[in-house]
Design a protein around this ligand. Structure first.
Ligand code: UD1
Length: 316
């Protein structure tokens, strides 16, 4: 697809998801500005496009740098955030400055710079442990961590900016995103990055609980596609969309598939369930399909294979 965007700002553009979005925008010939404080993202994610983008190292709480970075942009993709749920639990106030005040500053700069639309990255974390499946956008949110409260607050501010100021905002609630460049280094990193890293080093993974719990894993390129559609779709402004696949994969079968890809036959180790672990999560993507025309392109097997190859190659 071609979005036809002429200039875009990606906050958090040096991060896992942001850098993939930057790649696609650059390929489309869009003039791309990245604002990232490099606290979680890395310049190595942008090395191959560094001559084709404008990069600002800075904080989304800094209005001056935001105003500069958003000048003449058609759209801002707001991806910068403190994404570690555990860090927001440990630092509820500091994380609120980044995730709430930062988001507010992004919206305010967009309003002042007369940017047409802002696409905000939200999270399925806002649903908490509501057992209703699949999760759909009209369910009452049930945030269970400062992170989830902060994402929900961002959505509410986005709505207010649309209603009060006419700034077109679209919020995307990502389910479990995976793909190349995801950092596997913390025990709370995404399970796919952890399992593949274990397989590449021929070690068993730890499965918390019985492994029958499942998630809706969405490949990072499909999340990029959803962002581009959200940036251009007529009638999407002021709305919230789930971004997943609508399908689920259990943690046991994730390890089986990883073993198949790596030619290994390693039995996982089992440990007690993580406290607060949600058993089942799967998205209804009907609204994204009808309003954005979103349809995931990557079957799970395909996305996993690409991701596996990337971790294997980057280990060399
Ligand atoms: C995601 C967030 C998490 C947040 C939660 C609630 C990510 C990477 N994690 O967790 O921070 O608290 O939503 O909104 O986005 N697992 C294993 N072994 C491992 C790692 C994980 O068995 O080594 C299991 C977990 O217990 C879980 C499943 O794999 O059941 C998925 O884990 P994870 O990738 O952390 O995602 P969420 O649990 O959905």
């Amino acid at each position: 697809m071609k979005s036809g965007l002429s200039k875009a700002l990606v906050t958090g553009g040096a991060g896992f998801i942001g850098s993939h979005l930057v790649d696609t925008l650059v390929k489309e010939g869009c003039d791309v500005v990245v604002l990232d404080d490099l606290s979680a993202g890395s310049l190595s994610n942008l090395d191959h496009v560094k001559d084709k983008i404008t990069f600002y190292k800075g904080d989304i709480q800094d209005q001056n740098i935001l105003m500069k970075a958003s000048e003449n942009c058609d759209v801002i993709f707001h991806m910068a955030a403190l994404v570690s749920v555990t860090k927001t639990v440990d630092n509820p106030v500091d994380s609120a400055f980044i995730n709430d005040i930062g988001t507010l500053q992004v919206l305010e700069s967009a309003r002042q710079s007369k940017v047409k639309r802002v696409v905000l990255s939200s999270s399925s974390a806002v649903y908490g442990d509501d057992p209703f499946l699949p999760k759909h956008e009209n369910m009452p949110p049930k945030p269970m961590s400062p992170y989830a409260v902060q994402k929900l607050t961002g959505e509410l501010y986005a709505r207010i900016y649309y209603d009060l100021y006419g700034l077109e905002t679209v919020c995307l609630r990502y389910f479990n995103v995976y793909g190349p460049r995801q950092d596997p280094s913390s025990p709370y990193s995404g399970v796919i990055s952890i399992f593949i890293t274990r397989a590449v080093s021929k070690k068993p993974p730890v499965i918390y609980g019985d492994g029958k719990q499942y998630r809706d894993f969405v490949f990072v390129k499909d999340v990029v596609k959803a962002n581009l559609l959200a940036a251009i779709a007529d009638g999407a402004a002021g709305q919230i969309f789930n971004i997943g696949t609508g399908k689920n994969v259990s943690i046991n079968s994730l390890w089986d598939m990883t073993c198949l890809l790596s030619g290994l036959n390693i039995k996982p180790e089992y440990a007690p369930p993580r406290s607060g672990d949600i058993l089942e999560s799967v998205a209804s993507i009907e609204q994204a399909k009808s309003a954005l025309g979103f349809e995931p392109d990557y079957l799970f097997e395909k996305g996993l294979e690409i991701t596996f190859k990337w971790y294997k190659d980057s280990r060399k």
